[in-house]
Ligand binder design. Structure first.
Ligand code: AMP
Length: 205
């Protein structure tokens, strides 16, 4: 799943996980868990995430490599690869495992819309479900598990601006990488999550 921060990658990846019964692998979630657990990786990543910058390629590639070893039956990658170097490393490790990508979905959302979505996003501390305060009051609780909702530190305005700039510079070239390989499927990310899911499901049937 590719797309700018706030495009809906996480939401759509969770829906795909439910529909196709393959694990949703989010490098952002894995890194936040490492920060929470205060592991050496988490300590290295914490500041970088807070600043809206990218964690070094070698660290992220290592955690994806380890996680993919437990995903022989397929996977949905969300938030990875985010640089051309990560995309090349992924190509290499999937070729080694003879487990090619079926499709790369780009969720396209206008810039103003992603800024608005990120400023309104709240995440459940317990189950990770994402909410938009336009539909669910920020005080919560989560209507799936009753957990507390919070705003991610990196969803604050100036960090959002930096993340979008990093996306433009570092991640947009990854789209060209997959376009060249004929794997890229671009879908509009506007409308409800169910609308967007319908478009994606058509592309991955
Ligand atoms: P996300 O939840 O995907 O928006 O990721 C949150 C943050 O984690 C990003 O802004 C980066 O700091 C870091 N991160 C997640 N995935 C990667 C990646 N593939 N490469 C580098 N940094 C990443």
């Amino acid at each position: 799943m590719m797309g700018a921060p706030g495009a809906g990658k996480g939401t759509q990846a969770k829906l795909l996980e439910e529909r196709f019964k393959v694990p949703h692998i989010s490098t952002g979630d894995m890194l936040r868990e490492a920060v929470q657990a205060d592991t050496p990786l988490g300590r290295e990543a914490a500041q970088i995430i807070q600043q809206g910058l990218l964690v070094p390629d070698d660290l992220v590639i290592r955690i994806v490599d380890e996680r993919l070893q437990k995903a022989a039956g397929g996977f949905i990658l969300d938030g990875f690869p985010r640089t051309v170097a990560q995309a090349e490393a992924l190509d290499e490790l999937l070729t080694r495992r003879q487990q090619p990508l079926n499709a790369v979905i780009e969720i396209a959302v206008p810039r103003d819309e992603v800024v608005l979505r990120l400023s309104r996003r709240r995440v459940c501390r317990s189950c990770g479900t994402m909410f938009n305060t336009a539909f669910q009051p920020p005080e919560g609780p989560c209507d799936r598990c009753g957990g507390e909702l919070y705003q991610r530190e990196d969803d604050r305005e100036d960090t959002v601006r930096r993340r979008l700039e990093v996306f433009r510079q570092e991640t947009a070239p990854v789209l060209a990488h997959y376009k060249k390989k004929g794997l890229l499927r671009r879908v509009s990310g506007t409308g409800s999550p169910a609308d967007v899911f319908g478009r994606i499901a058509t592309e991955v049937q």
